[in-house]
Design a protein around this ligand. Structure first.
Ligand code: ZN
Length: 319
């Protein structure tokens, strides 16, 4: 009996301007910037990680800001919507907050277990806040949003695929998910206790245009596994399905393998350890540029290349 995936580990998306990205996610959404590093595969550009106070797996949204990258397009073969979890009573707070910062949102709708507030970041990335009962995680108390209303981490991710069967089969027959709901062309799956961060929705969109991964779109979705041993087992299982899977890559804060699921979306399986406190104290996470050992020799050059970014001192001014 193989182990199941323990939920979403992180979601990685593509942004344009690094400072505007920090202003929006650390400022408006009140997430903690838990790591400021570079893209290990393109070290002349940043890689930002936002999360809860500790950067707990299941709370981490990461960005590759590539200035000047063209805008992508949401469509099939993509994770199209990243949904965060907020307490049931916080919906009103967030409507007021988005209004205050001049961010357009759709009128909240009820979907499955929650009230959904949909909006986009400045690059067009589709986001949702899902207000629902049963969120157990604490909010970060030191962010720009009061702890009681703070984003708790992921609620779910929406995968948009042309035909849902092959993707659904991978989720249920290999990754340990079970179907828990269906509304129109939306199919919900859950793993473990099925709580926030352990849910995925498949939107079946046959004939819909194909997505283009570029600015304002999700690059990949990473799933959690507890250890290096379980990751190696996953690698073998995925290879046995006939899918191309990468060797284990050292991402400094976790270890990763990548493969493309049959619907075309890039999946990663990432280990929970070692986490973001491996190279800086918890108190000062995200405040200075961190580089992996193999890039420390290039620090001076990288610091010249990268435009400095700063945390929003006060909340960004409403437009
Ligand atoms: Zn990743």
């Amino acid at each position: 009996m193989k182990e199941e995936i323990s939920g979403i580990h992180h979601v990685t998306a593509i942004a344009t301007d690094p400072q505007l990205n920090v202003n929006f996610y650390a400022g408006v959404l009140g997430l903690r910037l838990v790591k400021k590093t570079v893209n290990f595969d393109d070290p002349g550009t940043y890689h930002f990680y936002y999360g809860d106070e500790l950067g707990t797996p299941g709370t981490i949204l990461t960005f590759f800001p590539w200035r000047g990258i063209r805008r992508g397009r949401q469509g099939t073969g993509q994770a199209t919507v990243t949904s965060f979890s907020i307490p049931e009573a916080s919906l009103g707070y967030w409507i007021e907050r988005l209004t205050k910062y001049g961010i357009d949102y759709d009128k909240p709708i009820r979907r499955f277990d929650g009230q959904v507030l949909a909006f986009r970041d400045g690059d067009g990335l589709m986001l949702e806040l899902v207000a629902h009962a049963g969120e157990q995680r604490d909010g970060w108390e030191q962010g720009s949003v009061p702890g009681e209303h703070a984003i708790r981490g992921f609620h779910s991710i929406t995968l948009c695929v042309d035909g849902f069967e092959k993707t659904a089969k991978l989720l249920t027959e290999t990754m340990g998910f079970r179907q828990t709901g269906e509304e129109g062309n939306l199919f919900r799956y859950a793993v473990g206790d099925g709580g926030a961060g352990r849910q995925v929705d498949i939107r079946c969109a046959p004939g819909f245009w194909q997505g283009v991964v570029a600015g304002g779109t999700v690059h990949h979705v990473a799933w959690r596994t507890p250890s290096d041993e379980t990751q190696l087992a996953w690698r073998a299982w995925i290879a046995a399905l006939g899918l191309n899977v990468t060797p284990v890559m050292d991402r400094e804060y976790f270890h990763s393998i990548y493969f493309r699921e049959p619907g075309g979306i890039l999946f990663e399986i990432a280990t929970d350890p070692p986490g973001f406190a491996v190279d800086e104290p918890l108190e000062t996470l995200g405040t200075s540029l961190k580089l992996p050992p193999w890039l420390e020799g290039s620090r001076a050059e990288l610091e010249r290349t990268l435009t400095p970014v700063h945390l929003p001192e006060a909340m960004p001014t409403a437009k």
